[in-house]
Design a protein around this ligand. Structure first.
Ligand SMILES: Cc1cc2nc3c(=O)[nH]c(=O)nc-3n(C[C@H](O)[C@H](O)[C@H](O)COP(=O)(O)OP(=O)(O)OC[C@H]3O[C@@H](n4cnc5c(N)ncnc54)[C@H](O)[C@@H]3O)c2cc1C
Length: 350
């Protein structure tokens, strides 16, 4: 079996890794491996941003799948540091905490004293907060790169797929700006560009406009242990000391279709708020990253075969959390025709 994967972000990399040793895989990326959205991602592995119980369960499995992947590839850049969440809307948080507990997700209430002991270096604390101990953080583009290396796939970067070749209603490869690459299966894991490939086959795959803005600071001494979901933004400190923060709170459920101010203005505003949490640190901006989140029209993942035989789609928001499990489920469909886990997420629903 010869598989061509369009896109070397986390989803293309995960698919390639799950197909390792069972298929000859070529991954083609128009840019560099590590992806676009994947590079700008916060990399927060969580089940707390969910749209339905199915979606929650899938996210919970997604977290467990990263644990399995880490056992197989111990060098994967992820850590299980847990999330501390506090926000302005206490009532909504309390309701979702009850729902999460009912579904068997671990949630612990924290009073201010306990929170101070868990995160001693913050300059301001809420009265109470919630701890979600099973959540984690992954450096997503580094993870994509590692999965690709471990997959043994041939990786072509800087090559753009222009068209998927189909003969007698079966895919036969892809046309690129540097010639044809043959394959009897093609996976479209092209992030926000996935909808365009679907359209060329009259397959409905609407994608929403959901730009996101992520900031990375210069390194600082180890200060923050958990992922913190604050009223201002989500926040984490990478192992190399750099802080990562989107410019808005609850960034995963953000629905704005455009970035309303210039990225520079939004960044300096967020950096000002960051300094209120850590006045003793001398933090500067190292990079402002803007990327569109690949969000299908109903905001749920799209995984599976559609259109000509051998053509598969793999695109979603929250593929930091869902990247490993989604690649595994797609590989199960390609290798064993097993679609048992995919029902709510198949492309045919549109
Ligand atoms: C600001 C931000 C914050 C986020 N935070 C989180 C979070 O905390 N937790 C979470 O779970 N998720 C988060 N996400 C979502 C998550 O990052 C994405 O769902 C995930 O990165 C999508 O991965 P992907 O591989 O589909 O896309 P990408 O990483 O965008 O990769 C797609 C690749 O396809 C390539 N490509 C496109 N067209 C072509 C073509 N014609 N030919 C060849 N290659 C092509 C591109 O070059 C790109 O490298 C966030 C996203 C953003 C933008």
């Amino acid at each position: 079996m010869q598989v061509v994967v369009i896109g070397g972000g986390i989803l293309g990399a995960s698919a390639a890794w799950h197909l390792r040793e069972k298929a000859e895989v070529t991954v083609v990326d128009a840019g560099a491996v590590g992806g676009l959205a994947s590079r700008a991602s916060l990399g927060w592995l969580n089940a707390t941003f969910y749209l339905s119980e199915d979606h929650f369960r899938f996210r919970q499995s997604g977290i467990n799948a990263w644990r399995d992947a880490k056992n197989k590839l111990p060098e994967l850049p992820l850590s299980w540091r847990g999330t501390i969440i506090w926000a302005t809307d206490d009532e909504n948080i309390a309701i979702s905490a009850q729902e999460l507990l009912g579904w068997g997700y671990r949630v612990k209430e924290l009073d201010q004293k306990t929170m101070r002991s868990l995160e001693p270096f913050l300059a301001k604390y809420p009265h109470s907060a919630l701890l979600l101990p099973d959540e984690g953080y992954v450096n997503l583009s580094l993870a994509a790169d590692m999965l690709l290396k471990a997959s043994g796939a041939a990786v072509l970067s800087g090559i753009t797929v222009q068209e998927i070749e189909v003969v007698n209603d079966r895919v036969t490869g892809v046309h690129t700006n540097h010639g044809i690459i043959k394959g009897d299966q093609v996976i479209v894991a092209a992030g926000t560009a996935s909808g365009g490939f679907a359209k060329s086959f009259d397959i409905k795959l609407p994608m929403l406009d959901r730009p996101g803005l992520m900031l990375r600071t210069t390194p600082a001494p180890k200060t923050l242990s958990h992922i913190c979901s604050t009223p201002d933004f989500e926040l984490l400190q990478q192992n190399d000391g750099r802080f990562m923060l989107p410019t808005s709170p609850a960034h995963q459920s953000e629905t704005s279709e455009e970035i309303s101010f210039t990225p520079g203005n939004m960044a300096s505003n967020a950096m000002g708020r960051l300094s209120e949490y850590f006045p003793h640190l001398n933090l500067s901006l190292e990079e402002i990253m803007v990327a569109n989140r690949p969000v299908p029209g109903d905001e749920l993942p799209v995984i599976g075969q559609a259109g000509p035989e051998g053509l598969y789609f793999l695109t979603m928001h929250s593929a930091a959390t869902l990247g490993i499990i989604a690649g595994e489920y797609l590989a199960n469909e390609i290798l064993d025709n097993d679609t048992s886990n995919l029902k709510p997420f198949r492309p045919q629903r549109f």
